[in-house]
Design a binder for this molecule. Structure first.
Ligand SMILES: [Zn+2]
Length: 189
Protein backbone atom coordinates (compact mmCIF):
# COMPACT_ATOMS: atom_id res chain seq x y z
CA UNK A 1 0.00 0.00 0.00
CA UNK A 2 2.99 2.26 0.42
CA UNK A 3 3.49 5.25 2.59
CA UNK A 4 0.15 7.09 3.08
CA UNK A 5 2.10 10.34 3.33
CA UNK A 6 2.70 10.03 -0.41
CA UNK A 7 -0.73 8.72 -1.36
CA UNK A 8 -2.99 10.90 -3.42
CA UNK A 9 -6.66 10.58 -2.46
CA UNK A 10 -9.71 12.69 -1.85
CA UNK A 11 -9.95 14.30 1.58
CA UNK A 12 -13.18 12.36 2.16
CA UNK A 13 -11.36 9.08 1.61
CA UNK A 14 -8.62 9.93 4.11
CA UNK A 15 -11.31 11.08 6.55
CA UNK A 16 -13.63 8.11 6.24
CA UNK A 17 -10.84 5.65 6.96
CA UNK A 18 -9.70 7.78 9.93
CA UNK A 19 -6.25 7.67 8.41
CA UNK A 20 -3.41 8.19 10.88
CA UNK A 21 0.02 8.92 9.43
CA UNK A 22 3.23 8.65 11.39
CA UNK A 23 5.85 10.86 9.80
CA UNK A 24 9.58 10.24 9.92
CA UNK A 25 11.06 11.57 6.69
CA UNK A 26 14.30 13.22 5.74
CA UNK A 27 13.79 16.71 4.37
CA UNK A 28 15.23 15.51 1.07
CA UNK A 29 11.72 14.01 0.51
CA UNK A 30 10.32 17.54 0.55
CA UNK A 31 11.56 19.16 -2.68
CA UNK A 32 10.51 22.77 -2.13
CA UNK A 33 11.56 22.78 1.51
CA UNK A 34 14.96 21.33 0.57
CA UNK A 35 15.39 23.98 -2.10
CA UNK A 36 14.71 26.76 0.40
CA UNK A 37 17.18 25.33 2.93
CA UNK A 38 19.80 24.82 0.22
CA UNK A 39 19.41 28.40 -1.07
CA UNK A 40 19.69 29.72 2.48
CA UNK A 41 22.85 27.71 3.25
CA UNK A 42 24.41 28.81 -0.06
CA UNK A 43 25.19 32.13 1.67
CA UNK A 44 27.82 30.29 3.74
CA UNK A 45 31.39 29.52 2.75
CA UNK A 46 31.46 25.94 1.42
CA UNK A 47 33.36 24.63 4.46
CA UNK A 48 30.71 26.00 6.82
CA UNK A 49 27.72 24.32 5.13
CA UNK A 50 26.52 21.53 7.45
CA UNK A 51 27.25 18.40 5.37
CA UNK A 52 24.20 16.46 6.57
CA UNK A 53 21.57 19.17 6.15
CA UNK A 54 19.46 16.98 3.82
CA UNK A 55 19.17 14.36 6.56
CA UNK A 56 17.20 16.48 9.04
CA UNK A 57 14.16 14.43 9.95
CA UNK A 58 10.61 15.71 9.78
CA UNK A 59 8.75 13.90 12.56
CA UNK A 60 5.18 13.89 13.71
CA UNK A 61 1.72 12.54 13.28
CA UNK A 62 -1.31 13.45 11.22
CA UNK A 63 -4.86 12.34 11.77
CA UNK A 64 -7.73 12.59 9.32
CA UNK A 65 -11.40 12.47 10.23
CA UNK A 66 -14.69 14.28 9.92
CA UNK A 67 -15.03 17.28 12.15
CA UNK A 68 -17.38 16.60 15.08
CA UNK A 69 -20.85 17.96 14.44
CA UNK A 70 -19.79 19.01 10.98
CA UNK A 71 -21.52 16.38 8.92
CA UNK A 72 -19.03 15.34 6.28
CA UNK A 73 -16.40 18.06 6.50
CA UNK A 74 -13.00 16.34 6.36
CA UNK A 75 -10.33 17.54 8.74
CA UNK A 76 -6.62 17.02 9.18
CA UNK A 77 -4.95 17.67 12.50
CA UNK A 78 -1.66 16.74 14.05
CA UNK A 79 1.74 17.85 15.17
CA UNK A 80 4.88 17.94 13.05
CA UNK A 81 8.34 19.31 13.74
CA UNK A 82 11.80 19.47 12.24
CA UNK A 83 15.16 21.00 13.03
CA UNK A 84 16.52 22.66 9.93
CA UNK A 85 20.00 23.96 9.26
CA UNK A 86 19.77 27.68 8.63
CA UNK A 87 21.87 30.82 8.52
CA UNK A 88 21.40 33.35 11.29
CA UNK A 89 20.60 36.70 9.66
CA UNK A 90 22.20 38.55 12.54
CA UNK A 91 25.60 36.86 12.74
CA UNK A 92 25.60 34.97 9.39
CA UNK A 93 26.65 31.72 11.08
CA UNK A 94 24.90 28.35 10.58
CA UNK A 95 22.58 27.15 13.33
CA UNK A 96 19.75 24.67 13.88
CA UNK A 97 16.32 26.19 13.68
CA UNK A 98 13.29 24.38 15.13
CA UNK A 99 10.08 24.59 13.08
CA UNK A 100 6.87 23.19 14.51
CA UNK A 101 3.32 23.09 13.24
CA UNK A 102 0.10 21.92 14.87
CA UNK A 103 -2.39 21.96 12.03
CA UNK A 104 -6.15 21.80 12.61
CA UNK A 105 -7.49 22.12 9.13
CA UNK A 106 -10.84 21.77 7.42
CA UNK A 107 -10.09 20.36 3.99
CA UNK A 108 -12.39 22.11 1.57
CA UNK A 109 -12.59 22.51 -2.15
CA UNK A 110 -12.38 26.06 -3.46
CA UNK A 111 -15.71 27.93 -3.16
CA UNK A 112 -17.04 25.33 -0.76
CA UNK A 113 -18.65 27.22 2.10
CA UNK A 114 -18.86 25.82 5.59
CA UNK A 115 -19.96 27.01 9.01
CA UNK A 116 -17.02 27.98 11.18
CA UNK A 117 -15.64 25.49 13.62
CA UNK A 118 -13.67 26.55 16.65
CA UNK A 119 -9.92 26.09 16.40
CA UNK A 120 -10.03 24.98 12.77
CA UNK A 121 -8.62 26.82 9.81
CA UNK A 122 -9.93 26.34 6.31
CA UNK A 123 -7.48 24.75 3.90
CA UNK A 124 -8.57 25.23 0.33
CA UNK A 125 -7.74 22.31 -1.92
CA UNK A 126 -6.79 23.21 -5.44
CA UNK A 127 -7.65 19.76 -6.72
CA UNK A 128 -10.11 17.04 -5.79
CA UNK A 129 -7.33 14.99 -4.25
CA UNK A 130 -4.45 15.78 -1.96
CA UNK A 131 -1.12 14.29 -0.98
CA UNK A 132 -0.52 14.72 2.78
CA UNK A 133 3.20 15.24 2.13
CA UNK A 134 2.44 18.34 0.06
CA UNK A 135 0.21 19.85 2.74
CA UNK A 136 2.82 19.23 5.45
CA UNK A 137 5.51 20.74 3.26
CA UNK A 138 3.46 23.86 2.57
CA UNK A 139 2.66 24.27 6.27
CA UNK A 140 6.32 23.91 7.28
CA UNK A 141 7.39 26.48 4.70
CA UNK A 142 4.72 28.91 5.90
CA UNK A 143 5.93 28.41 9.48
CA UNK A 144 9.52 29.35 8.65
CA UNK A 145 10.45 32.76 10.06
CA UNK A 146 10.95 35.57 7.55
CA UNK A 147 14.49 35.95 8.73
CA UNK A 148 16.04 33.15 10.73
CA UNK A 149 18.03 34.09 13.82
CA UNK A 150 19.58 32.44 16.86
CA UNK A 151 16.84 32.22 19.51
CA UNK A 152 19.39 32.33 22.22
CA UNK A 153 21.41 35.56 22.27
CA UNK A 154 24.30 33.77 23.98
CA UNK A 155 24.77 31.59 20.86
CA UNK A 156 24.76 34.52 18.46
CA UNK A 157 28.09 36.01 17.50
CA UNK A 158 26.42 39.29 16.54
CA UNK A 159 25.36 39.69 20.13
CA UNK A 160 28.84 39.57 21.63
CA UNK A 161 30.02 41.97 18.89
CA UNK A 162 27.12 44.28 19.73
CA UNK A 163 28.17 44.45 23.38
CA UNK A 164 31.60 45.68 22.33
CA UNK A 165 29.99 48.32 20.10
CA UNK A 166 27.71 49.52 22.86
CA UNK A 167 30.68 50.03 25.18
CA UNK A 168 32.40 52.10 22.53
CA UNK A 169 29.31 54.18 21.87
CA UNK A 170 28.84 54.88 25.56
CA UNK A 171 32.31 56.28 26.04
CA UNK A 172 31.79 59.64 24.30
CA UNK A 173 28.47 60.02 26.09
CA UNK A 174 30.18 59.40 29.39
CA UNK A 175 32.63 62.16 28.57
CA UNK A 176 29.76 64.44 27.56
CA UNK A 177 27.96 63.62 30.80
CA UNK A 178 31.02 64.66 32.81
CA UNK A 179 31.20 67.92 30.90
CA UNK A 180 27.55 68.66 31.57
CA UNK A 181 28.01 68.09 35.27
CA UNK A 182 30.90 70.50 35.13
CA UNK A 183 28.69 73.11 33.43
CA UNK A 184 25.99 72.65 36.06
CA UNK A 185 28.52 73.15 38.81
CA UNK A 186 29.82 76.29 37.15
CA UNK A 187 26.38 77.78 36.78
CA UNK A 188 25.60 77.03 40.43
CA UNK A 189 28.20 79.52 41.45
ZN1 LIG B 1 23.30 34.52 15.24
Amino acid sequence: MGNPLRQRQTAAKFASSGQVIEISEEISSFDSLSEIVEADLAALDADKIPPAWRESIVRGELQFGFVAGGGNVPSMSGQVGVELDAVCQRCLEPFRQRIEIEPRLLLLKADEAVAEFDDYEVWELEEDTLRPLDVVEELLIMAMPFSAMHDNMADCKAFSAAIENVTEIRRPFAALGAQMKQVEKDSDV
